[in-house]
Design a protein around this ligand. Structure first.
Ligand SMILES: [Fe+2]
Length: 178
């Protein structure tokens, strides 16, 4: 279950419906797909085989197919980030720098947790996502990401073109006022 904290404000939102409604006002898609359908191994293992990753994707086929048809996404995969990830700290340093992508960044959290910080002009939102949460950061929206204290996250990524989510660190002048 996600939480949204507004920086510089005491205002925060928690609970799937409240978070979805608030983020929806910001044109950020949030859905709760849940993880009840996953067995313990598929949910907890961070050393999944390609076949096991495919099993996870198959279990969410209905939701993924629906989202792809609504948003025009074409493909999906499973990504795992944990202490076992080579060069974890160097990877996190990149994630933690403000950037945007030319494609939407879509993540469904299978296990673990993370914080997507999303900046829209002066509004800065910390969106803490946990297992069962789907978050879509729209293309060209400035954001950054960090793990939480548990330092692990396993996600389904859904995208149009892998080239589309290469991080763009420089902020184009046209975006500075968005
Ligand atoms: Fe990103």
């Amino acid at each position: 279950m996600a939480t949204v904290q507004i920086r510089g404000s005491k205002e925060s939102f928690s609970g799937n419906e409240e978070v979805a409604a608030y983020l929806g006002q910001q044109e950020i898609l949030f859905e709760s797909w849940g993880v009840d359908r996953l067995n313990g191994h598929l949910r907890e293992s961070y050393a999944l085989s390609p076949e096991e990753k495919q099993q996870i994707l198959d279990l969410y086929d209905v939701e993924i197919t629906d989202l792809k048809s609504r948003q025009g996404y074409l493909t999906q995969d499973v990504i795992v980030v944990s202490e076992a990830t080579p060069n974890l700290d160097a990877i996190l340093e990149k994630f933690k720098k403000e950037h945007h992508h030319t494609d939407d960044e879509v993540r469904f959290v299978v296990d673990g947790s993370g914080v997507f910080t999303i900046r829209k002009g002066n509004l800065i939102l910390d969106v803490i996502v946990k297992a069962g949460d789907l978050l879509m950061v729209p293309a060209y929206t400035r954001h950054w990401f960090d793990l939480t204290e548990e330092r692990k996250i396993k996600c389904i990524r859904i995208f149009k073109d892998p080239a589309g989510w290469v991080a763009v660190y420089d902020e184009p002048a046209a975006l500075a006022t968005k």
